[in-house]
Design a protein around this ligand. Structure first.
Ligand SMILES: [Zn+2]
Length: 95
């Protein structure tokens, strides 16, 4: 049988292994610690999930699973409506 002419393309960057980087899976904080609760009334607890520009940090940075990322997002949005967390940096400066 004839050998295949084209080699399968190597995929880069999907695991980081090929670039010699160690692969480490981020564990979701809320999944690891069952005692932790997501509370929309607790602005301090939500702070790590809000960036400098008052944006909600994406899960690839926050390291949360999709389920908890959705919960945190909902909590931040609720807190914004209540006025606990600001919508924008401009609004933050006014408070
Ligand atoms: Zn989780």
């Amino acid at each position: 049988m004839e050998k295949r002419k084209f080699k399968k393309k190597k995929s880069f960057g999907d695991k980081g292994e090929e670039r010699g980087l160690p692969v480490r899976k981020k564990a979701c904080r809320f999944c690891v610690d069952k005692e932790l609760r997501i509370d929309y009334k607790d602005a301090k607890a939500l702070r790590p999930y809000i960036s400098e520009g008052e944006k909600i940090t994406p899960s690839r940075i926050s390291g949360l699973c999709s389920y908890h990322q959705r919960r945190v997002t909902e909590a931040i949005k609720r807190a914004r409506i209540l006025g606990i967390v600001s919508f924008s940096p401009v609004q933050k400066a006014l408070i």
